[in-house]
Design a protein around this ligand. Structure first.
Ligand SMILES: NC(=O)c1ccc[n+]([C@@H]2O[C@H](COP(=O)([O-])OP(=O)(O)OC[C@H]3O[C@@H](n4cnc5c(N)ncnc54)[C@H](O)[C@@H]3O)[C@@H](O)[C@H]2O)c1
Length: 252
């Protein structure tokens, strides 16, 4: 699969799924902009890419900061002349508590990163892509929590359901301008986020694994492969989908 010479933005590119996707797409020939609020870790990823013979750069970005995504995307376009693809992936879990115990500040924080953050990125990305003859391709990271609800994750569930609605809306409105917009819905992926939630407790993790049709969690590279395909021209007729990458969990 070729992403040769594509200019690609990856938010949350410093860790986990984002990091694996940066490496995968750079291997496929893209120039990848690693956008994350963790600057040091982002530089590590860029070094990793360059050592493997790829091309990447760091962009410090907090997607929850109003106006920041637009500024970042303007800078990318003034340097590279265009933005071909974007993976809006930055996300946080928030506190795992019952609905009645949710602190409104935590609710607002989860929504501001996981939903409004994706909105701010997609708005700035599409504003650029509509002016490009080649259009563009966007993938947003939702979750199985965008398709069903996991307990003690109300804000996260609500944000990820919102990401799927946002994805479909953008796909429907901008298909005529040759802009494809899709979402991925990862299940249980071995990243620092999972380690911070269920993975820290082996008993909880074993319980999850026993309920997965494919009896294991996934590596982040298994999500990266799907994202790279969705962003590439090989998925040229795929838009508006929310694709589970969950080992069959939501098929049950
Ligand atoms: N790991 C899983 O099991 C799983 C499952 C479903 C969905 N997801 C989703 O996948 C995405 C990536 O998660 P991950 O598992 O790789 O986690 P991770 O914690 O390893 O990576 C998340 C990255 O997002 C960055 N980030 C967080 N807030 C940000 C902000 N405001 N601005 C910019 N960057 C920010 C972090 O610095 C980090 O580099 C998230 O959207 C998450 O909700 C993960």
């Amino acid at each position: 699969m070729s992403l040769d010479n594509k200019i690609v933005l990856v938010t949350g590119g410093a860790s986990g799924i984002g990091r694996a996707t940066v490496n995968r797409m750079a291997k496929d020939g893209a120039h990848v902009v690693v956008a994350d609020r963790q600057v040091e870790l982002s530089h590590e990823v860029v070094t990793e890419v360059k050592q493997a013979g790829g091309s990447a750069e760091v962009c410090e970005l907090d997607v929850a900061q109003e106006g920041a995504a637009a500024v970042a995307i303007k800078a990318i376009v003034s340097k590279h002349g265009r933005l071909d693809c974007a993976f809006n992936n930055a996300g946080i879990t928030g506190a795992m508590v019952e609905l009645l115990d949710i602190d409104p500040k935590d609710w607002a924080r989860v929504l501001s990163v996981n939903l409004t953050g994706v909105f701010s990125c997609i708005q700035a990305e599409i504003a650029q892509m509509v002016g490009q003859e080649s259009g563009g391709s966007i993938v947003n990271t939702a979750s199985i929590c965008g398709l069903v609800a996991l307990p003690y994750a109300t804000a996260y569930n609500a944000a990820k359901h919102g990401v799927i609605g946002l994805t479909k809306s953008a796909a429907v409105e901008y298909g005529p301008q040759n802009i494809r917009v899709n979402a991925v819905c990862p299940g249980f992926i071995d990243t620092p986020m999972l380690a911070g939630a269920a993975g820290a407790d082996q008993e909880v993790l074993d319980g999850i694994i026993s309920q997965l049709p494919i009896r294991r969690v996934a590596g982040p590279g298994e999500v990266a492969d799907v994202v790279a395909w969705l962003l590439s021209d090989q998925a040229s007729y795929v838009t508006g989908v929310a694709m589970p990458i969950d080992g069959g969990w939501t098929a049950q």
